[in-house]
Design a protein around this ligand. Structure first.
Ligand code: NAD
Ligand code: UDP
Length: 324
């Protein structure tokens, strides 16, 4: 029988956070979802509000908060390039001060704390596929740095609290993940292409579309995150979590058009600055240490995501808070 725990999920109303909260609540845990709703809305967790083991707190992780918990999943941070570049200084503060605040809480409560890190710590990688031992190639001065460097400092803080204060930590490096509840206007490639195809608009391909990404379905990712949290204390990571099947962005565009149908064409737009050329996780560590391998192929996951996009009222979603 699962032992019931008090679990804090920061960024719990977001795309991944809401799936995680849903799963933890279903397992019977006492879940506190903390969010400032910068890139999400309450609708993502509205169905959980009536449950006695779910609690929603509006709070910004850059500010300390006093809670008593057994586990913390630290997901609070804007994740899409358009979202994290909206207020880059705040993005760095969210990663760095957010990490300090959850680590302080974990130290005080003797809670276990997991950091949602990212493949962006590898920057525009010169090693392919990316292994955890690769130290990355990040431009510290570019427009992606607020996110990449913020997440790198957060990893450093996690390691230092672990070494200095024996905080029980986990670090997962998440690669591109998609699925229902992605923000329709987050500007990420999967949400953009699906939204455009459903409206019969042309799909905006940045650059020549030869850049690659490896897309993981959200359910697979959440399974991996929880296995890492529940795994042995001797394995703190970092561990890559992502789907190792690599696609060009052009292939993704063609697949979305095929699945949605309609008459959308592909139009080219300039490639953003510092856009990584190739990205694919080496997941051998996750496979051997966690027994984890993604199960959902891209075609199937995209179909589920398209079905969800068809079911929502897109007009009810708004871009990031304008006065943030
Ligand atoms: P998301 O934008 O949907 O979720 C992030 C959540 O954090 C949102 O609900 C947002 O409102 C909240 N948030 C942002 N700043 C906050 C603050 N200062 N205080 C409190 N809450 C705040 O994005 P997501 O895709 O669900 O990403 C979740 C986590 O996973 C992020 O930390 C992200 O860096 C990491 N990650 C995601 C991916 C991916 O492909 N989805 C890849 C790598 C890493
Ligand atoms: N991209 C694209 N068209 C879009 C949005 C993104 O071609 O409308 C490209 C983008 O340039 C990048 C890839 O798709 O090469 C993935 O972009 P996303 O913003 O989803 O994630 P990230 O770059 O952080 O992996």
């Amino acid at each position: 029988m699962t032992q019931i725990k008090r679990i804090l999920v920061t960024g719990g109303a977001g795309f991944l956070g809401s799936h995680l909260c849903e799963r933890l609540v279903a397992q019977g845990h006492d879940v506190i979802c903390l969010d400032n709703f910068f890139t999400s809305q309450k609708t993502n967790v509205a169905h959980l509000l009536k449950l006695p083991n779910f609690e929603l707190v509006r709070h910004d992780v850059t500010q300390p908060i006093w809670l008593e918990v057994d586990q913390i999943y630290n997901l609070a941070c804007p994740a899409a390039p358009g979202h994290y570049q909206y207020n880059p200084i705040k993005t760095t503060k969210t990663s760095v001060l957010g990490a300090i605040n959850v680590l302080g809480m974990a130290r005080r409560c003797r809670a276990k704390v997991l950091q949602a890190s990212t493949s962006e710590v590898y920057g525009d990688p010169t090693e392919h596929p990316q292994r955890e031992s690769y130290r990355g190639s990040v431009n510290p001065l570019g427009p992606r740095a607020c996110y990449d460097e913020g997440k790198r400092v957060a990893e450093t803080l996690f390691m230092d609290y672990h070494r200095m204060n024996r905080v029980n930590i986990r670090i997962v490096r998440i690669f591109n993940t998609y699925g229902p509840r992605m923000h329709p206007f987050d500007g990420r490639v999967v949400s953009n292409f699906i939204r455009q195809a459903l409206r019969g608009e042309d799909l905006t391909l940045f650059g020549d579309g030869s850049q690659t990404r490896s897309f993981c379905y959200c359910d697979d990712l959440i399974e991996g995150i929880q296995r890492m949290m529940e795994g042995p204390d001797a394995f703190i990571g970092p561990v890559n979590l992502g789907n190792p099947v690599e696609f060009t962005v052009r292939e993704l565009a063609e697949l979305v058009i095929e699945l949605v149908g309609g008459r959308s064409k592909i139009v080219r737009q300039p490639l953003p600055v510092d856009d990584p050329v190739r990205r694919r996780p080496d997941i051998e560590l996750a496979q051997t240490r966690l027994g984890w391998t993604p199960q959902v192929p891209l075609r199937e996951g995209l179909q589920r995501t398209i079905d969800w996009f068809r079911s929502i009222e897109i007009e009810q979603y708004r871009p990031p808070t304008p006065n943030y």
